[in-house]
Design a protein around this ligand. Sequence first.
Ligand SMILES: Cc1cc2nc3c(=O)[nH]c(=O)nc-3n(C[C@H](O)[C@H](O)[C@H](O)COP(=O)(O)O)c2cc1C
Length: 180
Amino acid sequence: MEKINVNYPKMYYGFPVILISFYDKNGGPNVTTLSSSYTLKDMVVLGFSSKGYAINQIKEVKDFVINIPDASLVKDVNFCGRNSGFEVNKFESSNLTPVKSKVVNAPIIDECPIAIECTLTDVIERDYYDGVTNILANIKGRAIAKDYLDEEGQLKLMKIDNLIYIADGVNRGYRYMKSE
Ligand SMILES: Cc1cc2nc3c(=O)[nH]c(=O)nc-3n(C[C@H](O)[C@H](O)[C@H](O)COP(=O)(O)O)c2cc1C
Protein backbone atom coordinates (compact mmCIF):
# COMPACT_ATOMS: atom_id res chain seq x y z
CA MET A 1 0.00 0.00 0.00
CA GLU A 2 1.75 3.19 -1.14
CA LYS A 3 1.41 5.93 1.46
CA ILE A 4 1.71 9.71 1.32
CA ASN A 5 2.77 11.70 4.35
CA VAL A 6 0.15 14.33 5.21
CA ASN A 7 0.17 17.22 7.62
CA TYR A 8 -3.41 17.32 8.91
CA PRO A 9 -4.21 19.18 12.14
CA LYS A 10 -6.33 16.21 13.22
CA MET A 11 -7.23 12.70 12.13
CA TYR A 12 -10.53 11.56 13.56
CA TYR A 13 -10.66 8.05 12.14
CA GLY A 14 -14.25 7.25 13.08
CA PHE A 15 -15.71 7.94 16.51
CA PRO A 16 -19.31 7.51 17.64
CA VAL A 17 -21.16 10.76 18.17
CA ILE A 18 -22.41 11.25 21.71
CA LEU A 19 -24.53 13.89 23.43
CA ILE A 20 -23.40 15.01 26.88
CA SER A 21 -26.27 16.27 29.06
CA PHE A 22 -26.03 17.93 32.45
CA TYR A 23 -27.71 20.38 34.81
CA ASP A 24 -25.71 23.58 34.93
CA LYS A 25 -24.85 25.42 38.15
CA ASN A 26 -28.28 27.09 38.11
CA GLY A 27 -30.03 23.75 37.69
CA GLY A 28 -30.90 24.27 34.03
CA PRO A 29 -30.52 21.31 31.65
CA ASN A 30 -28.09 21.68 28.76
CA VAL A 31 -26.34 19.46 26.25
CA THR A 32 -23.36 19.38 23.90
CA THR A 33 -22.12 17.17 21.05
CA LEU A 34 -18.87 15.22 21.36
CA SER A 35 -17.00 12.56 19.42
CA SER A 36 -13.82 12.28 21.51
CA SER A 37 -14.46 9.42 23.92
CA TYR A 38 -13.50 5.94 24.96
CA THR A 39 -14.62 3.67 27.75
CA LEU A 40 -13.11 0.74 29.62
CA LYS A 41 -15.06 -1.12 32.29
CA ASP A 42 -16.58 1.47 34.66
CA MET A 43 -14.43 4.36 33.41
CA VAL A 44 -14.91 6.75 30.54
CA VAL A 45 -12.59 9.40 29.06
CA LEU A 46 -13.91 12.45 27.21
CA GLY A 47 -12.02 15.18 25.35
CA PHE A 48 -13.29 18.78 25.28
CA SER A 49 -12.11 22.13 23.97
CA SER A 50 -11.31 23.92 27.21
CA LYS A 51 -13.37 27.04 26.55
CA GLY A 52 -16.76 25.38 25.95
CA TYR A 53 -19.78 25.88 28.17
CA ALA A 54 -20.41 22.22 28.90
CA ILE A 55 -16.94 21.34 30.17
CA ASN A 56 -16.77 24.38 32.43
CA GLN A 57 -20.14 23.51 33.96
CA ILE A 58 -19.32 19.80 34.31
CA LYS A 59 -16.06 20.66 36.12
CA GLU A 60 -18.26 22.19 38.82
CA VAL A 61 -21.43 20.11 38.87
CA LYS A 62 -19.58 16.76 38.29
CA ASP A 63 -22.57 14.66 37.18
CA PHE A 64 -23.47 14.17 33.51
CA VAL A 65 -24.97 11.63 31.13
CA ILE A 66 -23.49 10.26 27.91
CA ASN A 67 -26.40 9.75 25.51
CA ILE A 68 -25.94 7.72 22.33
CA PRO A 69 -28.09 9.20 19.55
CA ASP A 70 -29.11 7.16 16.53
CA ALA A 71 -29.01 8.38 12.94
CA SER A 72 -32.54 9.86 13.18
CA LEU A 73 -31.19 12.56 15.53
CA VAL A 74 -28.55 14.00 13.18
CA LYS A 75 -30.26 17.43 13.05
CA ASP A 76 -30.17 17.78 16.83
CA VAL A 77 -26.59 16.46 16.94
CA ASN A 78 -25.55 19.21 14.52
CA PHE A 79 -27.52 21.86 16.40
CA CYS A 80 -25.92 20.94 19.73
CA GLY A 81 -22.49 20.81 18.07
CA ARG A 82 -22.75 24.22 16.40
CA ASN A 83 -24.23 26.27 19.23
CA SER A 84 -22.87 27.01 22.68
CA GLY A 85 -24.63 26.87 26.02
CA PHE A 86 -23.11 30.31 26.63
CA GLU A 87 -25.72 31.58 24.16
CA VAL A 88 -28.61 29.11 24.09
CA ASN A 89 -30.41 26.58 26.20
CA LYS A 90 -30.09 23.77 23.67
CA PHE A 91 -32.93 21.70 25.15
CA GLU A 92 -35.36 24.59 24.67
CA SER A 93 -34.18 25.15 21.10
CA SER A 94 -34.08 21.51 19.93
CA ASN A 95 -36.40 18.50 19.84
CA LEU A 96 -34.54 16.80 22.68
CA THR A 97 -36.28 16.12 26.01
CA PRO A 98 -34.43 16.07 29.36
CA VAL A 99 -35.63 13.51 31.91
CA LYS A 100 -33.94 13.35 35.31
CA SER A 101 -31.66 10.34 35.81
CA LYS A 102 -32.51 8.06 38.76
CA VAL A 103 -28.80 7.53 39.44
CA VAL A 104 -26.96 10.84 39.00
CA ASN A 105 -27.99 14.49 39.21
CA ALA A 106 -28.16 14.99 35.46
CA PRO A 107 -30.79 14.68 32.73
CA ILE A 108 -31.10 11.72 30.36
CA ILE A 109 -32.14 12.57 26.79
CA ASP A 110 -35.42 10.75 26.27
CA GLU A 111 -34.98 10.35 22.49
CA CYS A 112 -31.59 8.57 22.76
CA PRO A 113 -31.73 4.77 23.16
CA ILE A 114 -28.66 4.50 25.39
CA ALA A 115 -27.73 6.59 28.44
CA ILE A 116 -24.56 6.21 30.51
CA GLU A 117 -24.73 7.99 33.87
CA CYS A 118 -21.41 9.41 35.06
CA THR A 119 -19.65 11.36 37.80
CA LEU A 120 -16.45 13.29 37.09
CA THR A 121 -13.34 11.99 38.86
CA ASP A 122 -10.33 13.64 37.13
CA VAL A 123 -9.63 16.73 35.02
CA ILE A 124 -6.44 16.64 32.95
CA GLU A 125 -5.11 19.88 31.43
CA ARG A 126 -1.50 20.21 30.24
CA ASP A 127 0.37 23.23 28.84
CA TYR A 128 1.66 21.06 25.98
CA TYR A 129 -1.93 20.24 24.90
CA ASP A 130 -3.08 23.83 24.92
CA GLY A 131 -6.86 24.30 24.78
CA VAL A 132 -7.70 20.67 25.47
CA THR A 133 -9.40 19.38 28.62
CA ASN A 134 -9.61 15.63 29.13
CA ILE A 135 -11.80 14.23 31.84
CA LEU A 136 -12.12 10.82 33.44
CA ALA A 137 -15.44 9.81 34.89
CA ASN A 138 -16.86 6.93 36.84
CA ILE A 139 -19.85 5.16 35.31
CA LYS A 140 -22.62 4.94 37.92
CA GLY A 141 -25.38 3.49 35.77
CA ARG A 142 -26.54 2.55 32.31
CA ALA A 143 -30.10 2.81 30.97
CA ILE A 144 -31.04 1.26 27.64
CA ALA A 145 -34.28 1.37 25.64
CA LYS A 146 -36.32 -1.81 26.13
CA ASP A 147 -36.40 -2.73 22.45
CA TYR A 148 -32.58 -2.72 22.35
CA LEU A 149 -32.52 -5.62 24.83
CA ASP A 150 -32.99 -9.34 24.18
CA GLU A 151 -34.86 -11.77 26.47
CA GLU A 152 -31.80 -12.08 28.71
CA GLY A 153 -31.58 -8.30 29.07
CA GLN A 154 -28.45 -8.13 26.90
CA LEU A 155 -27.83 -5.59 24.17
CA LYS A 156 -29.12 -6.48 20.69
CA LEU A 157 -25.96 -5.58 18.78
CA MET A 158 -27.75 -5.17 15.46
CA LYS A 159 -30.03 -2.45 16.86
CA ILE A 160 -27.10 -0.05 17.24
CA ASP A 161 -27.40 2.72 14.67
CA ASN A 162 -24.69 5.15 15.76
CA LEU A 163 -23.42 8.11 13.80
CA ILE A 164 -19.69 7.75 13.20
CA TYR A 165 -17.79 11.04 12.88
CA ILE A 166 -14.74 11.22 10.61
CA ALA A 167 -12.65 14.36 10.04
CA ASP A 168 -9.19 15.43 8.87
CA GLY A 169 -9.40 19.14 9.67
CA VAL A 170 -10.85 20.06 6.26
CA ASN A 171 -13.12 17.20 5.26
CA ARG A 172 -15.59 16.01 7.85
CA GLY A 173 -18.77 13.97 7.90
CA TYR A 174 -20.70 11.03 9.23
CA ARG A 175 -20.74 7.40 8.30
CA TYR A 176 -23.90 5.53 9.20
CA MET A 177 -24.19 2.05 10.66
CA LYS A 178 -27.05 0.04 9.31
CA SER A 179 -29.70 -1.07 11.76
CA GLU A 180 -31.30 -4.49 11.37
C1 LIG B 1 -20.01 15.70 15.24
C2 LIG B 1 -19.38 16.65 16.22
C3 LIG B 1 -18.41 16.20 17.09
C4 LIG B 1 -17.82 17.08 18.01
N1 LIG B 1 -16.88 16.59 18.87
C5 LIG B 1 -16.34 17.40 19.81
C6 LIG B 1 -15.42 16.90 20.76
O1 LIG B 1 -15.07 15.71 20.78
N2 LIG B 1 -14.94 17.76 21.71
C7 LIG B 1 -15.31 19.09 21.73
O2 LIG B 1 -14.84 19.85 22.60
N3 LIG B 1 -16.19 19.59 20.84
C8 LIG B 1 -16.72 18.78 19.89
N4 LIG B 1 -17.61 19.29 18.98
C9 LIG B 1 -17.90 20.72 18.99
C10 LIG B 1 -18.83 21.16 20.12
O3 LIG B 1 -19.99 20.36 20.14
C11 LIG B 1 -19.20 22.63 19.90
O4 LIG B 1 -18.03 23.42 20.00
C12 LIG B 1 -20.28 23.13 20.84
O5 LIG B 1 -20.78 24.35 20.33
C13 LIG B 1 -19.79 23.35 22.27
O6 LIG B 1 -20.92 23.70 23.03
P1 LIG B 1 -20.83 24.22 24.54
O7 LIG B 1 -20.08 25.56 24.51
O8 LIG B 1 -22.27 24.38 24.93
O9 LIG B 1 -20.10 23.20 25.33
C14 LIG B 1 -18.21 18.43 18.04
C15 LIG B 1 -19.21 18.89 17.17
C16 LIG B 1 -19.80 18.01 16.26
C17 LIG B 1 -20.88 18.51 15.35
